[in-house]
Design a protein around this ligand. Structure first.
Ligand SMILES: Nc1nc2c(ncn2[C@@H]2O[C@H](COP(=O)(O)OP(=O)(O)OP(=O)(O)O)[C@@H](O)[C@H]2O)c(=O)[nH]1
Ligand SMILES: [K+]
Ligand SMILES: [Mg+2]
Length: 364
């Protein structure tokens, strides 16, 4: 039984218990239980309690995708549809109370998928289990926001707001700007492009607000005040997000068409198994990962086992993925495939690999 159901049960019992001398002790006990459950729900788990109640899922596989959404939009149904894991599905809200990990296999890659409890407004402030949920979301490489196609569009804005509150920035790049805190010298303000939102005074005021009196500010793009504050605070997570509208079986075709054309959006129906393959493809492409293959000298490449690296990775990052000290031992690498000017091309640590490349590491 979940905590919310226990709470409901206790509240129900308290309501039907007559208040008198004989029941005083019993009611007191129920109140105590209720307070404890509420506390458990609001606070991150303490060391004494049952550890994290399933929220501390170890990262595994090549990447992590977190499902975020209001209760009963179909997150668990989706996990059950695209992985081999079963997550409890029911028509009532808050069916899922912990993080349920599943594995999505895609062409040699293993993507960890986390089914999370439904979050409610005020999650970032600690309402419901929201704080734990949004902090798990912060560890994800991709957020899949699951939305109910038949519900109003403010569900999306509300969830975006909750994620913003904990420092998550969706579908945005980190601002091209730096603030280097110094010991002295005051605030130095430089920019390489014309600015329309920021100036020295604005930067000075914001930095003083954060008790920074000496810093070199360098703006390489026309950033907004909000973006500047993000740079000052640091610790922001820039995560891609797919807006996934589920239950399209329950809305009109016109509405499906409208939703499908919204930016970063995809429409599905878990019930009718509509568009699920396409969703998996989109998850893969939004993760910005590449498959490369390794080859030992005078052997054929092993195409059965892909090495998964981020787009833009260099040979150095490929080495690190294989073994921590491999990059130090590298003499050169041979590369066949898209990134090679000729096959094979002899390259160094800084060479950037591309999808499907075959790499052979030659050590000293
Ligand atoms: N019509 C329709 N119903 C669906 C679809 N997908 C899921 N449902 C139903 O929606 C209800 C909620 O599904 P869940 O998977 O439990 O939703 P959830 O988001 O995990 O809910 P919580 O864990 O409570 O936050 C269930 O009754 C599902 O059968 C769909 O594509 N179409
Ligand atoms: K549910
Ligand atoms: Mg669920």
């Amino acid at each position: 039984m979940g905590i919310l159901e226990k709470i409901q049960e206790i509240e129900f019992e308290m309501r039907r218990t007559q208040k008198n001398k004989a029941t005083e002790y019993h009611l007191g006990l129920l109140k105590g239980k209720l307070a404890k459950l509420r506390h458990q729900l609001l606070e991150p788990q303490t060391k004494s309690g049952p550890k994290g109640e399933g929220f501390d899922v170890l990262k595994s596989g090549d990447a992590r995708v977190a499902f975020i959404g209001f209760p009963s939009v179909g997150k668990s149904t989706l996990l059950t549809s695209i992985t081999k894991t079963k997550s409890e599905v029911a028509s009532y809200e808050f069916t899922t109370l912990t993080a349920i990990p599943g594995v999505l296999e895609y062409d040699g890659a293993e993507i960890q998928v986390l089914d999370l409890p439904g979050i409610i407004e005020g999650a970032a402030q600690g309402k419901g289990r929201g704080r734990q949920v949004v902090s798990v979301a912060k560890t994800a490489d991709l957020i899949l926001m699951v939305l109910d196609a038949s519900k109003s569009s403010d569900q999306k804005q509300k969830l975006e707001y909750e994620l913003e509150q904990v420092g998550i920035r969706l579908n945005r790049r980190p601002p091209n700007a730096t603030v280097t805190v110094k010991k002295n010298g005051g605030i130095k303000f430089n920019h390489t492009v014309p600015l329309t939102h920021m100036d020295y005074k604005m930067a000075y005021n914001i930095l003083h607000e954060y008790k920074i009196h000496n810093a070199d500010v360098m703006l390489r793009e026309d950033i907004t005040v909000d973006d500047f504050i993000d740079v000052v605070i640091g610790n922001r997570r820039y995560i891609n997000c797919i807006y996934c509208y589920n239950k399209i079986d329950s809305v009109s075709l016109e509405e499906v068409d409208r939703l499908a054309h919204l930016p970063h959006s995809i429409v599905i129906s878990c019930e009718l198994k509509l568009n699920l393959d396409y969703l998996v493809e989109r998850i893969w492409s939004e993760l910005n990962l590449l498959r490369i293959y390794t080859k030992r000298k005078s052997e054929m490449p092993d195409f059965s086992e892909a090495l998964i690296v981020r787009k833009g990775s260099t040979i150095e990052q490929v080495c690190n993925q294989i073994h921590r000290s491999l990059a130090e031992q590298l003499r050169y690498a041979l590369v066949w495939g898209r990134s090679a000017k000729h096959n094979p091309q002899r390259v160094s640590l800084t060479h950037v690999v591309q999808e499907g490349d075959v790499v052979s590491i030659v050590t000293k």
